[in-house]
Design a protein around this ligand. Structure first.
Ligand SMILES: *Cc1c(COP(=O)(O)O)cnc(C)c1O
Length: 344
């Protein structure tokens, strides 16, 4: 079975560049981006900054690096940032802020809706006292676990941070999923954030690349940690061209991924043995019975790939899975669970 026959629901990072995207990459005008000479990188940075209302942008290979560059630009050695326990920058980036940035994380529990309660944020901001690290930054994530943060919450949280002298960063790896889910006003999701990191390689379908957005001075300063972390590339316009193509062609269509996630959730809810949570934008979470170890292999045999994080499967829709693929996935789950009892 070739890759393109698979229904790969492990993540929205698995998408492969389309023929049109590859053509844009092939034809990209390039230069040395360390000298600031790559016209396609420069265009991508300018286009996205303008689109979301920032002064400048900086292109990097990955979202992990873009977040770390942002943290290292907002914070100095010995500073602290406030972050959710479930946030990617805290949990899934190998502790880079602490290891490479000498930045102390102050993790706080996320509420069920993905927010960090305002009173917990306020209480975690340290006074100016030599006992404490200097609290410098609040970092939020939108979407988080597929959930869209309420915009009035973001407004309140960023206002609180700014009133207490903190900067604000948004991990917007799936920024446009949030924007599309909220009806398409793209700038509103970034409102209140001094910097935002946008992945082009998730649902937008580019093979690699993330853009960090912020004020001119912030982005100028961010060039040093980008260089330090090895993220300053040369003829990176090949990749930036894919990002520009994605921004032009693959944003509005995220609504299809959300509809497919709903279709998948509805189909799986009809299977008694499964407990389905969501969908949240393009993700849903499925709790399977304890004694079905063969499920992953069974699905794989039918061309369906899932990522088990026992006891929950996370299923993610994206531009390489259409409604027909969703129906195939539902049918495969149905075949495995035919005759199973209702979920307890
Ligand atoms: C994927 C992801 C990142 C990191 O992006 P990579 O390009 O995989 O390094 C950061 N934040 C969130 C929320 C993500 O989902």
């Amino acid at each position: 079975m070739s890759n393109s026959d698979l229904i790969d629901l492990r993540s929205d990072t698995v998408t492969r560049p389309s023929a049109g995207m590859r053509r844009a990459m092939y034809e990209a005008d390039v230069g040395d981006d360390v000298f600031g000479d790559d016209p396609t990188v420069n265009r991508l940075q300018a286009v996205l900054a303008e689109r979301l209302g920032y002064e400048a942008g900086l292109f990097m290979p990955s979202g992990t690096q873009s977040n770390l560059v942002a943290l290292m630009t907002h914070c100095q050695r010995g500073d602290e940032y406030i972050v959710g326990q479930d946030a990617h920058t805290y949990r899934y980036e190998a502790g880079g802020a602490a290891v490479l940035g000498s930045i102390q994380p102050q993790p706080l529990d996320n509420a069920a809706d993905g927010t960090i309660p305002l009173e917990r944020i306020a209480a975690a901001i340290k006074p100016d006292d030599p006992h404490f690290a200097r609290t410098r930054l609040l970092a939020l994530e939108n979407t988080i676990g597929g959930k869209v943060l309420p915009l009035d919450y973001c407004a309140q949280a960023t206002a609180l941070a700014h009133a207490r002298g903190l900067g604000t960063h948004l991990d917007g790896a799936r920024y446009f999923n949030a924007a599309v889910a909220l009806g398409g006003d793209e700038r509103r999701v970034a409102a209140g954030f001094d910097s935002v990191s946008i992945c082009l390689s998730k649902g937008l379908g580019a093979p690699a690349g993330t853009v960090l957005l912020g004020a001119k001075e912030f982005i100028a300063a961010a060039r040093r940690p980008r260089k330090m972390l090895g993220g300053a590339m040369r003829q990176a316009g090949i990749l930036a061209a894919a990002g520009l193509y994605a921004l032009e062609h693959n944003v509005a269509r995220l609504a299809e991924d959300h509809a497919n996630a709903q279709r998948l959730a509805d189909g799986l809810r009809a299977i008694d043995a499964l407990k389905v949570e969501g969908p949240y934008t393009n993700m849903l979470f499925v709790t399977v019975p304890a004694d079905c170890a063969g499920l992953g292999a069974f699905l794989r045999g039918r061309g369906i790939l899932t990522l088990a994080r026992s006891p929950t499967l996370r299923l993610v829709t994206h531009l390489d899975v259409d409604a027909g693929g969703i129906d195939r996935a539902i049918a495969a789950f149905g075949a495995f669970f035919a005759g199973w009892a209702r979920h307890g």
